[in-house]
Design a protein around this ligand. Sequence first.
Ligand code: ATP
Length: 314
Amino acid sequence: MRSYTLTAPAKINLYLEIIGDRPDGYHELAMILQSIDLADQIEVHSLSVDTIRVHCNHPQVPTDKSNLAYRAAELMVNQFPEAFSTYGGVEIKIKKHIPVAAGLAGGSTDAAAVLVGIDLLWKLGLTQSELEELGATLGSDIPFCVAGGTAIATGRGEQLAPLSSLDHIYIVLAKYRSLEVSTAWAYKTYRQQFGSSYLQDDSLTARASKVHSGEMVKAILNKDVTEIAQKLHNDLERVVLPEYPQVLQLRELLANQQQVLGTMMSGSGPTVFALTESEQQAQTVKLKIREAIPDKDLELFVTKTTTHGIQINS
Ligand code: ATP
């Protein structure tokens, strides 16, 4: 039986701007996405029976069809029925390190790893852009998770333009284990509260003039961490922070640490992150937050930016 082990990194949003509604019901977005070192480990194994099986060490993660990794395998079965009948079924083992429902694209990166893993198992030889295209049919964050690094994501988040890579920026991540924010709720609430400011004119020129991510892009191109930290932005904070005072408090606590260059919520939350200049400073921030909030429900991680998406280990 053949098998592969893959590393599936999480992402943070350095920038998230909601531009308007789309005819397909999604939102038109302008995001800057960044891969981080915090990653799940995914194993894909060939099975002698024609079935898909998912195992996960995290009790909150489903192992049925509602798991995005399962759906990625199912997509491959439907797209490549001949390879499925030649090579048989797939067993997927997920070792979860990325917090669940955290705004860190945990499910999306697992799904991206499954696409890459099955491509290898079935010797399909798909290109990165073919894998990204397949991923986009399952979820908007999946194409970025395949490619990784630093990228501007537009459309509903699936149209990617890579940016120069940002390596070794240290990050503290903070998330209450028991707190989950539904991405669908966050976007729906944003639309209800702020939808009147959406762009009505659908033209590309009007869209381009509405996006304010240019200064962040400049900071990234200059690899200026202080500037990047100052330009962090996330429209969804406007709905999530008032609804979740614990997240607001955590964000304020992080922002007040001397070593923190900037802080922001990632995606639809509830994870908040802080950028620091060095690993030592990130460790100091982690200790200080732990002292201030000894509650074991609070998970804290020190991680760093990384330049890659899905990696094949063996
Ligand atoms: P995003 O940042 O893309 O919005 P997220 O990090 O907020 O994603 P996930 O960790 O992907 O959220 O989990 C969202 C929900 O999806 C969870 O409630 C979980 O039950 C379900 N889920 C399905 N597949 C997975 C998976 N492989 N890993 C984690 N959660 C999964």
